[in-house]
Design a protein around this ligand. Structure first.
Ligand code: NAG
Ligand code: NAG
Ligand code: NAG
Ligand code: NAG
Ligand code: NAG
Length: 458
């Protein structure tokens, strides 16, 4: 497999003293950075280490749909709790899917420790804690890259007291082990979980002004007991939510609440970048910005979606869920999520979208070809198929959605709408976000979308 992997994902563990020297040459100084970046790639990209060449594109897509529904369950159950709660959860909930990990679809490269070790993990806007499998391993899932070995990092520090501020940052995640040792436990809604020590170490990123930037004392989980199917070359999770322990919040002083990403098409051969700090500002002609909402009691990113306008039909002022008194601190109705593949909207909103699509699309409707997702609106790709313009209408500004972000060929010759109805938490999934540069600004409270060819954003 290694032979197939290109830069940057081929060079795990080839790190040496060179990295250590770089850290000395480019020490991180708070406030002086112009931003930093790292790589992002879809797990089903032929260049991803998770790529399974024995499967067809359609099989991979169907598995992504399956993962997407598990992901949607994660939001509904709001699972983020300690191991003991996790165990009781699983014994009371017998329907667990075998093959899915609900954590996300895009992989991110981070470098941890001194000397720095590259870790390829799942980028998750719905998770707060970053964790990686660690030595010694009591229980680990199979991973191709070497496990992170805290004893080999000169900058690794375990959070030694349960009274330490870091240990109290997120009581839903941290646990106190006997001996006053601070640990953590996270579970993700299927049978995946990680438990271990809460620790800090130096994280290294590529600086936008050249060289590397290393940031000391970033808290993460050193996982000694890990389970679930994360895939052999992902070693954990990088948490990008707005939760207290996420790297977005921990790095706030240097990134001023800003990060941006550009999601490449699923099967793209090319990785894109996730930016932090000043180079994560998304602006200029064509940018569509909306208020970024948060909700008390959770860590997700919300937008206020009024509905989808189909063709020339305007949906403003048609009785949709404009939240009259929504404040940025408790508003929004849809989670902007990197992990879910599909887009889930409330039934009433969906009905209007669906009837608009059916009315205004030319082509021949066919049933769902057995994707497992039970898509309601599918067409024969070859029979004069033409979709109307679709616009996502948010409370502040409208976003034109390219048809390819919604209507996806799910099996040979059949194209289905990947916007689906839900009675649970509405989610804007990653198919909808492809080929937009998306900038989150937690300080200004905005999310900005700029149509971009993400394969050229590296
Ligand atoms: C899980 O896998 C087992 C065997 O590997 C199978 O018998 C069972 O039906 C699967 N369960 C689900 C929910 O897919
Ligand atoms: C930055 O660090 C990476 C390892 O994380 C290393 O491979 C690369 O050579 C470094 N680049 C520079 C310009 O120092
Ligand atoms: C993040 O940083 C910005 C400016 O750098 C500051 O205004 C804001 O209060 C910080 N937010 C948090 C949660 O620390
Ligand atoms: C939409 O509006 C344009 C001009 O604004 C018009 O040319 C087109 O026929 C309209 N389409 C439909 C489906 O009404
Ligand atoms: C901050 O948000 C406002 C709207 O709330 C927007 O007009 C402005 O451009 C944003 N500023 C930056 C620097 O993104």
């Amino acid at each position: 497999m290694a032979g197939n992997c290109p830069v940057p994902f081929s060079s795990f563990s080839k790190l040496s003293l060179l990295v250590f020297i770089n850290l000395i040459l480019y020490p991180f100084t708070e406030g002086q950075t112009s931003g930093f970046s790292t790589h992002l790639i879809h797990r089903d990209s032929p260049k991803s280490p998770l790529y399974n060449p024995s499967e067809s594109n359609f099989e991979r897509l169907h598995e992504a749909f399956h993962r997407s529904f598990a992901r949607a369950q994660y939001f509904n159950k709001r699972i983020s709790h300690s191991r003991s709660k996790l165990l009781s959860h699983f014994s009371s909930d017998s329907i667990q899917s075998n093959i899915t990990s609900v954590n996300g679809e895009y992989l991110i490269k981070v470098s941890i420790g001194t000397p720095a070790i590259d870790v390829l993990a799942i980028a998750d806007t719905g998770s707060d804690l970053t964790w990686t499998q660690c030595r010694p391993c009591i229980r680990c899932f199979k991973q191709d890259a070497p496990l992170f070995d805290p004893s080999k990092s000169t900058t690794y520090k375990q959070v030694l007291s349960c009274r330490a501020p870091l240990c109290r940052l997120d009581p839903g995640i941290t646990v106190c082990y006997p001996g006053n040792i601070c640990g953590y436990g996270v579970a993700y809604g299927d049978n995946s979980f990680s438990d271990g020590d809460l620790a800090t170490d130096t994280f290294t990123f590529e600086s936008s002004s050249g060289g590397n930037i290393s940031i000391a004392n970033v808290a993460f989980g050193c996982g000694h007991e890990n389970g679930g199917i994360f895939g052999v070359t992902s070693s954990g999770i990088v948490g990008l939510s707005r939760g207290a322990l996420s790297i977005v919040r921990q790095l706030n002083a240097s990134i001023a609440g800003k990060f941006s990403y550009c999601l490449t098409p699923r099967n793209s051969y090319i990785s894109s970048k996730i930016h932090f700090g000043t180079n994560a500002v998304v602006s200029g002609p064509g940018v569509v910005s909306n208020t970024l909402f948060k909700k008390a009691g959770d860590k997700f990113y919300y937008l206020d979606l009024i509905g989808f306008s189909v063709g020339n039909i305007t949906i403003r002022n048609q009785g949709f869920t404009k939240l009259d008194n929504s404040s940025p601190n408790d508003g929004g109705n849809v989670v902007l999520d990197s992990g879910a593949t599909l887009t889930y909207v409330p039934r009433q909103m969906y009905q209007n979208f669906e009837s608009g699509v059916i009315d205004l699309t030319t082509g021949t409707r066919v049933p769902d070809p057995g994707t497992g997702a039970n898509f309601r609106v599918c067409y024969n790709k070859y029979n004069n198929l033409q979709f109307p313009e679709i616009v996502a209408v948010f409370s502040d500004a409208d976003l034109i959605i390219p048809p390819n972000n919604i209507f996806v060929e799910v099996s040979k010759g059949v194209v289905c709408s990947t916007i689906v109805p839900t009675d649970g938490t509405p989610i804007l999934g990653n198919l909808l976000q492809i080929n937009f540069l998306i900038g989150y600004d937690l300080v200004n409270g905005t999310v900005s979308f700029l149509p971009t060819d993400c394969t050229k954003n590296d």
